[in-house]
Design a protein around this ligand. Structure first.
Ligand SMILES: [Zn+2]
Length: 291
């Protein structure tokens, strides 16, 4: 089984004490590459530096076999929560980052009217600017939408002809939203949210509506620890920041668990689902990941 985690918030302080171990254990579990989600221009830059450094070490001559394996990639973008921190230099900064081949997509960008950490008009402005940037650079979009379906889909509709590819990451909506995103040509990113019997059970009947060539898998770690996974499977997060993850700190190594859960609900062979998701991921990013 081989899986690509398309969304890991690897630069989160939750990994400050053991980031390298979290990455290596994902690779040991067959989850590779990992795509680190960029949430601000500065965080995207940190993520890219980390990925570059890892990849350089993992491809170095290593007779003792102690260097890290696997590959890291990133996205570059500004989350709607941080839209208010954008300025005249933001698009230039993202453009410079996206010049690196390790940057696979623009995002995470979109609209979040659930928290409204940035004013809604400011969110819309920077969402559109990042859609235009992705079109200019011919890169796919990594999209976030929460409680903003109407505005979000109107904006996507307006730009759909210029969008190369897009994924609505961490899809948690209903049937109407799913139908709309599929009709716009979007890929659907599923996380361990589906494993949460309190708030994710509405997704289960929708799984069969997602065409097998449109499904992508992600953990969104350290968030969204799959609730049906044993707590014993996760270490208590060490150091400061751990208290935010009382329900368990998620890690990219748990992606196979999410894949198994979805496959079981679809009555599908897990190997088949994983192969399809892997191929979808390669097609979505326009890369074969064999380099
Ligand atoms: Zn998100």
């Amino acid at each position: 089984m081989r899986l690509i985690d398309i969304g890991v918030n690897l630069m989160s302080p939750a990994y400050n004490m053991d980031r390298e171990a979290a990455v290596q254990s994902a690779f040991n579990a067959g989850v590779s590459p990992l795509v680190i989600t960029g949430v601000t221009a500065a965080e995207s830059s940190r993520a890219l530096s980390y990925a570059r450094n890892w990849n350089t070490r993992s491809t170095a001559q290593d007779p003792a076999g102690v260097l890290p394996s696997g590959r890291l990639y990133t996205t570059a973008g500004v989350h709607p929560h941080d839209a208010k921190s954008c300025n005249g230099g933001t698009i230039a900064d993202l453009t410079a980052l996206a010049g690196d081949r390790l940057v696979l997509a623009i995002g995470e960008c979109g609209l979040d009217y659930n928290r409204n950490f940035s004013p809604q008009p400011v969110q819309r402005e920077w969402f559109e600017k990042q859609i235009e940037l992705a079109a200019d650079l011919s890169l796919p979009l990594f999209l976030h939408e929460r409680d903003a379906f109407t505005d979000f889909s109107l904006i996507l509709e307006r730009h759909r002809d210029s969008i190369k590819a897009m994924v609505v990451h961490c899809f948690t909506g209903g049937e109407r939203e799913l139908e709309k995103y599929l009709s716009l040509g979007a890929y659907i990113g599923l996380t361990g949210w589906v494993c949460d019997e309190r708030r994710g059970s509405h997704l289960l009947p929708l799984l069969k509506m997602i065409p097998s060539d449109r499904l992508l898998l992600e953990t969104d770690a350290p968030f969204l620890f799959p609730r049906n996974l044993s707590r014993q499977d996760t270490q208590p997060p060490p150091g400061p920041g751990g208290s935010r993850f009382r329900g368990g700190r998620n890690e990219p190594r748990f992606l196979p668990h999410i894949a198994c859960f979805i496959a079981a609900h679809l009555g599908k062979d897990t190997e088949v689902l994983c192969r399809e998701a892997y191929e979808n991921t390669c097609r979505f990013f326009g890369r074969d990941f064999e380099e």
